[in-house]
Design a protein around this ligand. Structure first.
Ligand code: NDP
Length: 293
């Protein structure tokens, strides 16, 4: 069997086009421009790439992008003061503080200082609680993108066996909640899971969010399963070059799976598209307007 490749890049482009259309309608009909503020502290090279890309895509869909780059030595108090300012700014509908923050800061305190209504990353404890109790929440962008691809690929997810590998607050846990919300039978695996290969083998849906290049191999995959590879790992490609690979060994897994996301071009582009969709939703809610579909 050769798996169908789930084209996250094309899917994300469709979402961005839809967001752009709705932004244009908001501007024309109500004179409102959604605004997204992204805060980056320090010089982490991967974070700098993400922030640049987010800023560019925000402007492309017609939103306002407010970028705040602060030096590594910024104090937590100064960062909290900036968050408070953004919370109070009516032109800002979404706030994203790029993680990881420098070690001298308490990330939880910073994230929980964001107005939950502007928490487009969905990491504020209020949004985590709303998602966990099945209420309307701001949903974290990466798992939301995964869920959208799964629904598009499989239709109704009800009753499917889903295994999420990874239990981070950013990906694994919210992913599991979303799948549970769609009535999957969900297992969450992690570094202490015994006989991981056999756990994964029973899954109709595998979501790998680990950060270990090629850890999930084809012999772990149930024939016909749908595999969502969240991992982004930069590995040595020889001759001084590097390349990005996922947590799934693509060549062997695509021989067995029914459908699989590539890395790059799978989950990554969907994450930014969902961030823009969340910002649009936040803007509509803030202005008492109906939320986009
Ligand atoms: P974390 O490091 O926060 O979590 C990794 C999880 O994997 C942990 O729960 C850990 O278990 C588990 N794990 C580690 N080793 C093993 C193992 N040998 N067997 C089973 N489980 C293991 O990572 P994130 O959730 O933040 O990110 C995961 C991956 O997804 C990374 O590659 C990251 O770059 C990528 N990512 C991609 C995004 C995108 O837009 N495409 C967005 C966010 C992340 P334990 O809890 O026991 O330590």
């Amino acid at each position: 069997m050769t798996a169908e490749i789930i084209d996250g890049k094309a899917f994300a482009a469709d979402i961005r086009a839809r967001v752009a259309e709705q932004v244009a309608q908001l501007k024309a009909g109500h004179g409102i421009t959604p605004g997204l503020a992204v805060v980056l502290v320090g010089e982490d090279p991967a974070s700098q790439v993400y922030v640049k890309s987010k800023g560019r895509k925000t402007v492309e869909v017609g939103m306002e992008s407010f970028e705040h780059r602060l030096p590594e030595e910024t104090t937590e108090a100064d960062l909290l003061a900036l968050v408070a300012k953004l919370n109070a700014d009516p032109a800002v509908h979404g706030i994203l503080v790029q993680l990881p923050l420098p070690k001298h800061m308490n990330s939880d305190a910073v994230i929980n200082a964001i107005d939950p209504a502007k928490d487009v990353d969905g990491f504020h404890v209020s949004n985590v609680g709303l998602l966990g109790t099945g209420q309307k929440a701001m949903v974290p962008c990466t798992p939301l993108g995964c869920l959208m691809m799964l629904r598009a690929q499989l239709g109704d997810l009800s009753g499917k066996e889903a295994v999420v590998i990874g239990r981070s607050n950013i990906v694994g846990k919210p992913m599991a909640h979303l799948l549970l919300g769609d009535s999957c039978t969900v297992s969450i695996a992690h570094s202490r899971t015994r006989d991981l290969a056999n756990v994964v083998r029973r899954a109709d849906i595998v979501v790998a969010a680990v950060g270990r290049p090629g850890m999930v191999t084809g012999d772990w995959i149930k024939p016909g399963a749908t595999v969502i590879d969240v991992g982004i790992n930069r590995i040595d490609a020889g001759e001084g070059k590097t390349r990005l690979v996922g947590d799934v060994e693509f060549d062997s897994a695509s021989e067995v799976a029914g459908a699989i996301t590539p890395v790059p071009g799978g989950v990554g582009p969907m994450t930014i598209a969902c961030l823009l969709a969340n910002t649009l939703t936040a803007c509509c809610r803030a202005n008492g307007l109906p939320e986009p579909e």
